[in-house]
Ligand binder design. Structure first.
Ligand SMILES: Cc1ncc(COP(=O)(O)O)c(C=O)c1O
Length: 413
């Protein structure tokens, strides 16, 4: 047993520049942004970082892949507009997201709408707009068919497939076994046989196997199995396979010990796999849909220290931000064991004067924890706490109304 093993650390945060030891977002200092925000905590997203990250990915991504942005990660209209200009399409999950996507002016055929339990408004808006509806069940297929007949349209659709493979090395598993998403792979041929191809333009499949994966070998395995499954199912389609969404799943490092994904071997292997299935994919648009990988690193969450106190040896920095603004930083958005996100004192990034602190919000619950026992530059009332990796699943994935404090603001720079 080694007694001097070092505790795992966060991956270095290099995306945001500093000036006078203060973080900058799009060239604007966080103090200036905090002034604009008044008493409110806020998210700040840096468009140039998003651009750079998409360009880096594009450099390795097989050129025939259409890159889609999964808006659920961050549906702020300014972010979506920016990403619409950098990607080949958008993936939406509600009528409201669809309206934001349509407002970017992209071709509706480059928008896909996936998600279980679509409402009547969801389906009507989608059919009217002419976007690709990803059918999650036979019932949904019946409802879309009825709308298509009513409106005299042929509606472009794809079938969401719940894969018959389960990945060993996956972060958040969303396929394989029993799932509320899509139709089990083994049921697909029978499902396809029931569909009315006068009402539905059946383009292909959406095979989503998981999310937040930091293991290249797991992602490569998923790509291989996804293509193999698509090849097995394609003969049951009424025509050639014209659209295949192979999911996304590329993860980002949030926690100590995690490192950024090396996409080069993943994309090289994917290019080979796509070549191997060249005949199957001759007429196919192959889509990869990514959310957090495109936006997480480009966002900061900022809150201000409003109190400082010591309880039985622990120093607490109390802030005007917390769980109600940012559920996942507190460890309550699907994490099994709570771990700290990377955090800094945004207006004093580097300092020799360090101390261990616990950063909390104003809610009367022990769940309202932004950082636990982290060593940070010594901070007091008025200083700004920044949480890195906050561009995805932050603002809209949080219970803003809990305890009725002011909501956070969002800035896109
Ligand atoms: C269908 C679908 N697409 C895309 C995503 C985005 O995942 P991520 O943000 O990890 O890329 C999800 C996440 O749950 C999803 O369910």
């Amino acid at each position: 047993m080694s007694g001097d093993r070092k505790a795992p650390e966060h991956a270095p945060q290099t995306a945001f520049e500093t000036r006078n030891n203060e973080l900058l977002v799009g060239g604007v200092s966080v103090s200036e942004l905090a002034q604009r925000a008044g008493d409110r905590a806020f998210y700040a997203y840096d468009g140039a970082i998003m651009t750079r990250n998409v360009e880096r990915l594009r450099d390795k991504l097989p050129s025939r892949i259409s890159l889609h942005y999964a808006m659920k990660a961050n549906p702020m209209p300014a972010v979506v507009n920016h990403l619409a200009g950098l990607t080949n399409g958008l993936d939406v999950a509600s009528a409201a997201e669809l309206r934001v996507a349509l407002a970017t002016g992209i071709n509706p055929r480059d928008i896909s709408f996936a998600g279980p339990g679509k409402s009547t408004e969801d389906l009507e808006t989608a059919v009217e707009a002419g976007v690709i509806i990803v059918l999650e069940s036979p019932t949904e297929a019946e409802r879309v068919t009825a709308l298509a007949r009513q409106q005299g349209r042929k509606v472009p659709v794809a079938l969401r497939v719940n894969p018959d493979f389960l990945l060993k090395a996956s972060g958040m598993k969303m396929g394989g076994g029993s799932q509320p998403f899509g139709t089990d792979a083994e049921e697909i041929p029978e499902f396809l046989a029931t569909l009315d191809s006068d009402a539905l333009d059946i383009l292909g499949f959406h095979i989503f196997w998981g999310s937040q994966n930091l293991r290249p070998e797991g992602i490569m395995e998923a790509h291989g199995k996804t293509l193999e499954l698509a090849a097995r199912l394609a003969p049951s389609l009424p025509g050639p396979l014209r659209w295949l969404n192979i999911g996304g799943g590329l993860g980002v490092p949030y926690f100590p010990g995690e490192t950024p994904l090396d996409v080069a071997p993943i994309m090289a292997a994917l290019a080979e796999t796509l070549d191997q299935y060249g005949d199957l994919l001759a007429d196919t648009e192959v889509v990869m849909e990514l959310g957090r990988y495109l936006v997480a690193e480009a966002g900061l969450y900022l809150c201000r220290v409003t109190d400082r106190k010591v309880s039985r040896g622990t120093t607490y920095l109390v802030t005007n931000g917390g769980l109600h603004h940012y559920l996942s930083v507190t460890g309550n958005f699907g994490q099994v064991i709570r771990k700290n996100y990377p955090v800094c004192i945004a207006n004093r990034v580097e300092s020799d004067d360090l101390e261990p602190v616990t950063v909390v919000g104003p809610l009367c619950t022990p769940l309202d924890l932004i950082a636990q026992n982290m060593t940070l530059p010594t901070a007091g009332i008025g200083d700004l706490i920044a949480v890195y990796m906050s561009g995805a699943y932050g603002y809209t994935a949080s219970p803003h109304h809990f305890l009725s404090h002011p909501e956070p603001l969002e800035f896109f720079l």
